[in-house]
Design a protein around this ligand. Structure first.
Ligand code: AMP
Length: 219
């Protein structure tokens, strides 16, 4: 396997974002030669010999693009908000994997006015949000199953991604406030944008058209 090459590399986020990214890429004329969904490989050649895809955890996509190990990437706005977008351009909202970053608590929970404890994966976002609201919040970093924290009295509130709200309801919780609307974004390494301007702007243009087509098909 030859990955140390001059190919233009696009880092994709695995999971539900990947499933929605592949049709957009196909519409933009970029298709993996192998089925990404069933393969255990991490690097994929495409129908365009100069373009390759790598598949990563979302939290690692900005790192690969920031350091130039990948030229471009697809990643959720929640991760860009949490990590900061230093070294990255964010030229396009892909409009996929839409969800909301919200605060949530057990149904009927009410603040007693003192400090609250908040469990989240998104400690930077939560810190900024509660500071803006003038709420004194002690943050507890967790890596998953956030809904368990209020049940076990680890935290009063959580800050998490909400789509349908079913996960919250199934655990006796309710959404409280929306912090931000989230969708997946195209990011580009700033140096690559200069050194590979023609190739990258072509892909941005093709993806922009693909997004418009997808959005006009589903009103
Ligand atoms: P739901 O039960 O539909 O509200 O989905 C909630 C869970 O699904 C959250 O805890 C997230 O981990 C996950 N989730 C929902 N939408 C997204 C998304 N667009 N990107 C990543 N994770 C998501």
């Amino acid at each position: 396997m030859d990955t140390m090459n001059d190919k233009l590399t696009i880092a994709l986020t695995k999971g539900r974002i990947l499933k929605e990214t592949l049709p957009l890429l196909a519409c933009a004329g970029i298709e993996s030669l192998e089925d990404i969904n069933t393969s255990r490989k991490l690097v994929f050649d495409t129908n365009r010999p100069e373009v390759q895809l790598v598949v990563l955890r979302g939290t690692d996509v900005p790192t690969y693009v920031r350091f130039g190990a990948a030229d471009m990437g697809v990643v959720g706005k929640d991760i860009l908000m949490e990590q900061g977008a230093e070294g990255l351009y964010e030229p396009l909202d892909l409009g996929i994997a839409r969800c909301r970053l919200m605060t949530a608590a057990r149904v009927g929970w009410q603040s007693d006015g003192a400090r609250i404890r908040v469990a989240t994966k998104f400690v930077n976002i939560a810190r900024n949000y509660f500071a803006q609201q003038g709420v004194q919040a002690d943050l507890i970093k967790l890596y998953g199953a956030l809904e368990l924290a209020p049940i076990m009295n680890l935290a009063d509130q959580i800050v998490d991604i909400v789509d349908t709200g079913n996960t919250l309801r199934a655990n006796g919780m309710e959404p409280l406030q929306e912090i931000a609307a989230v969708s997946s974004r195209l990011v580009v390494n700033k140096a690559a944008m200069r050194s590979r301007y023609a190739a990258i702007t072509q892909i941005i243009g093709d993806l922009t058209a693909a997004v418009q087509e997808a959005q006009s098909a589903t009103p």
